[in-house]
Design a protein around this ligand. Structure first.
Ligand code: PNW
Length: 482
């Protein structure tokens, strides 16, 4: 029972004539209603970070012995990217990383997810390594550690050495093996500084977009059998890469950053939750489910029929070896509903009125940050989860005062983080969050058109300006809560 002061009681009584619910709520509340106790805390040590990728920020494509990647070739092919944009200069972070790290420090970041460009380490994909490549990432990582920022390193964020693409790219098992050799070598050289590794970023994106519909490099549109085989070589690359990292760097922790099909129940009801669990497995059968179970589901293989990939039991064992953590890149949500069919669920396709951010594919689904880690932890038995990417594009404008008031991005981040807090407060093992992205950068086929940064980049001058969302994020980090 809450005791109300006589004055308060009188006030409430006066107000309650028209609204009796208010007195009921006020008397039931555990704490007095004040604006001061609206915080939603995160556990101590929660790892707040940002994420970027080599080709999207580095530039310096012809420096220090870097080889050509499929994204150099693709972006320089007319008609492939918005406005013919390329990553030749991007954010020039190869040279300006000190400035970037100062931005991270000002935000209070605890961690930074970045990727290593394979063609800087092995310009020809395999063979003789390039010491200057290793040197660059050593110096960068040392600077991060000096700033008190924990490095989380992705070894493959889509910049495949062109030489390997010329030999078939992910259509060839040789690429899976070349990736493992590169991953092992690099972890051996940098493992004293970097403890947390992600083999790859978004296998489903670089395979489905690069080899399926051709909107990303290398721009191929394979038939179903060849595509299924390329998928298999990607997950195999992850498995072999994980083995190689562990063999070359003691104490390394290895995971993968995957943009799972972010299944959520149509709404919070037992039948839809059961449907969502089934959908999480089946809709991610080619990638995350294979990685976490070491199997392709019967339904996946049946769906493919004669187009199913060739694979061996030994390969599946490598693919399914336990990871140390699961990285989830989550942008949108895929609602499913319970249906009385063989699969037990159906995806709901959103109507045209469904809201989205500046990128038309980026529909709003904040509850994905609640349901996905929760369902993933249960169906794949993962004990440590990081949100390795979350963020959005916004039609940013520089205001008269030189600032960028990206209120829609603040709304997006706040909504998603609130759902993540809901999961964490229920004990779902989400240990950290990497916001995509620290800086506006080269957004692949969308070039520089779509801005995902919480820091605005003027691509003519390389001037960096923190947006309103960066102040929002600094505030979240400072109080470790929302
Ligand atoms: C991710 N989709 O890509 C990548 O990991 C980043 O490199 C990228 O910049 C970021 O998300 C924002 O796009 C995606 O169409 C690309 O659903 C496309 C999709 C999702 C993720």
């Amino acid at each position: 029972m809450i005791r109300l002061s006589r004055r308060m009681f009188g006030k409430l009584a006066a107000m309650s004539a028209a609204n009796s619910a208010l007195t009921v709520e006020a008397s039931a509340a555990a704490k007095p209603l004040t604006l001061a106790n609206s915080d939603r805390p995160f556990p101590a040590g929660f790892l707040w970070g940002s994420a970027t990728a080599s080709y999207q920020v580095e530039g310096a494509v012809n420096e220090d012995g870097r080889g050509t990647s499929i994204w150099d070739t693709f972006s320089h092919t007319p008609g492939k990217t918005h406005n013919g944009d390329t990553g030749d200069v991007a954010d020039d972070s190869y040279h300006r990383y000190h400035e970037d790290i100062a931005i991270m420090q000002a935000l209070g970041l605890k961690s930074c997810r970045f990727s290593i460009a394979w063609p800087r380490i092995f310009p020809n994909g395999t063979g003789t390594p390039n010491q200057k490549g290793i040197d660059h990432y050593r110096i960068f990582t040392e600077a991060l550690l000096k700033a008190g920022i924990e490095p989380f390193c992705t070894l493959y964020h889509w910049d495949l050495p062109q030489v390997l693409q010329d030999k078939g790219g992910w259509q060839s098992k040789d690429t899976s093996e070349a990736f493992a050799a590169y991953a092992g070598y690099t972890a051996g050289k940098l493992g004293d500084l970097i403890k947390n590794w992600m083999t790859m970023n978004e296998l489903s994106s670089f395979i489905e977009l690069g080899y399926g519909n051709g909107i990303h490099a290398p721009g191929l549109k394979l038939g179903p059998q060849q595509l299924a085989q390329a998928r298999h070589h990607a997950v195999l690359g992850h498995g072999l890469g994980m083995q190689a990292i562990r063999a070359n760097s003691k104490g390394a922790r290895v995971g993968v950053a995957e943009n799972i099909e972010a299944i959520i129940p149509a709404f919070n009801a037992p039948e839809h939750i059961a449907a969502a669990k089934k959908a999480m497995v089946e809709e991610n059968a080619a990638y995350s489910n294979a990685i976490h179970s070491g199997k392709y589901t019967d339904a996946y293989l049946e769906r493919l029929g004669t187009n199913a990939p060739n694979f061996t039991a030994q390969e599946m064992k490598a693919i399914g070896a336990p990871t140390d953590f699961q990285g989830l890149n989550i942008y949108t949500a895929v609602p499913v509903r319970a249906v009385d069919n063989a699969r037990g669920y159906e995806r709901i396709s959103n109507p045209a009125s469904y809201p989205h951010m500046a990128s038309s594919w980026l529909t709003l689904g904040p509850e994905a940050l609640y349901w996905c880690p929760k369902i993933a932890a249960e169906v794949w038995n993962v004990r440590e989860i990081y949100i390795t990417e979350n963020g959005c594009s916004s039609a940013d404008v520089v205001a008269q005062d030189g600032q960028i008031y990206d209120s829609d991005r603040v709304m997006y981040l706040n909504a998603y983080m609130t759902q993540m807090q809901r999961a964490v407060s229920e004990g779902v093992p989400v240990k950290g969050y990497f916001l995509w992205s620290l800086l506006d950068n080269f957004e692949w086929a969308d070039g520089y058109e779509k801005r995902f940064g919480i820091t605005y980049v003027d691509f003519k001058t390389q001037k960096r300006t923190p947006k309103l969302s960066s102040k929002f994020y600094a505030n979240v980090i400072a109080k470790n809560g929302l």
